[in-house]
Design a protein around this ligand. Structure first.
Ligand SMILES: Nc1ncnc2c1ncn2[C@@H]1O[C@H](COP(=O)(O)OP(=O)(O)O)[C@@H](O)[C@H]1O
Ligand SMILES: [Mg+2]
Length: 359
């Protein structure tokens, strides 16, 4: 794992499609992964994430388009001739080999002499916090430890590009958080170009330099985690990023870099960067973008508290309004407003985005 020997190449897709008979799994997508960065493909099941990853690895050939790695056209290059390694959801460890041999396996295949590959494998295990586990069998490890072995096995190969396909989906919530932080830390420390697939928006926000949101074989939006969270361009992206309050609104005025939107009985006056050109809009409001107030105001929506739940670190409300149901997360209050109470919902401007009505 010598810094000097490391090649860092980026990945580029130019109008790449992949069809299986009548099914178009990936439809003319173009994107770039800058060298040394981690880009996440995020989207619902079946949107084309794994197919995209497998095309980077060379395990699947595009039906059309061009794929470049490190600036080189690899479209027709077989997997074995690409310097790309994939970490699978299933770990894919060899059950009869101990941890050390599992990690050293790829190096053995590449013809690295025994002493050297064992030294490198030990170093890889130390990197993922598994020094001392080298003689165990995979069955003698927890799920999280097995996943670490899979990561170490990929890291020791020092690939030009490292791919992760839903690597944490077999782990419980607490371990997922720990592992995703560890993966991110190793990736940035080693400066590895990485493409990470998940359907979990929180995981994507936590690990990525950039996120590519996919929907039905195409790219719905690409940007930094905060771009996507703060400025979704469609209802689909807003919804998928967890901005769960989606109300109908109508733009009634635009002037001086601001936009006035009618939403139920409230008229919101928002900074224009959040606005779309359309007049029929969906007002997308984060659960943390809403505050409950006791007094009316023109930019507040009258609501009735339907449900209040105390969750230790925060309160959650479900509110009814004439514009629709609202879900609110309130991390500041200690006491819940009881169900049945009337109140007013006030919106934080940085918690609101406008997207065109429709999909
Ligand atoms: N080998 C295959 N043969 C036929 N259809 C496939 C094959 N692989 C994937 N697909 C289809 O392509 C679409 C995208 O699949 P996939 O890339 O696995 O999605 P994701 O990883 O986002 O869940 C799905 O409709 C899937 O059924
Ligand atoms: Mg998949």
């Amino acid at each position: 794992m010598t810094e000097s020997a490391k090649k860092i190449g980026g990945v580029e897709f130019r109008s790449v499609s992949r069809r299986y008979g009548k099914v178009t799994a990936v439809d003319q997508i173009s994107f770039k992964v800058e060298p040394g960065t981690l880009v996440t493909l995020l989207g619902p099941s079946g949107c084309g994430k794994t197919t995209t990853l497998r095309m980077i690895a060379g395990l699947e050939a595009p039906s059309e388009g061009t794929i470049l790695i490190g600036g080189r056209d690899v479209t027709l290059l077989p997997a074995t001739d690409r310097d790309v390694t994939m970490v699978f959801q299933s770990y894919a460890l060899f059950p009869h080999m101990n941890v050390l041999d599992n990690v050293a396996f790829g190096l053995e295949v590449s013809g690295v002499p025994k002493a050297q590959r064992e030294a490198q494998a030990m170093q890889g295990l130390a990197m993922v916090g598994l020094a001392g586990f080298e003689n165990r069998l995979p069955s003698e490890l927890s799920g999280g430890q097995q996943q670490r072995v899979a990561v170490a096995r990929a890291l020791v190969l020092e690939p030009e590009v490292l791919l992760f396909d839903e690597p944490l989906s077999n782990l419980d919530a607490k371990l997922r958080r720990k592992m995703r932080d560890d993966i991110r830390e190793l990736q940035s420390k080693l400066g590895l170009t990485s493409v990470y697939v998940t359907h979990d928006q929180e995981e994507a926000l936590a690990v990525s330099d950039r996120i590519i949101v996919m929907n039905r074989a195409v790219i719905a939006q690409e940007g930094s985690p905060s771009d996507l969270y703060r400025r979704p361009v469609s209802r689909f992206v807003a919804d998928f990023m967890g901005i769960s309050n989606l109300l109908d609104g109508i733009v009634i005025a635009r002037a001086d870099g601001r936009v006035k939107v009618r939403c139920g009985e409230a008229t919101l006056d928002l900074p224009a960067p959040t606005a779309t050109a359309a007049d029929d809009v969906t007002v997308a409001i984060r659960p943390q973008g809403i505050r409950l107030e006791a007094e009316a105001a023109p930019d507040r929506l009258p609501v009735t508290v339907r449900k209040a739940t105390y969750l230790g670190s925060h309160l959650e409300y479900v509110l009814d309004s004439d514009a629709g149901e609202l879900f609110v997360v309130d991390p500041t209050s200690e006491r819940a407003v009881p169900p049945g109470s009337g109140a007013w919902a006030a919106f934080r401007h940085d918690g609101v985005a406008l997207v065109p009505r429709g999909e």
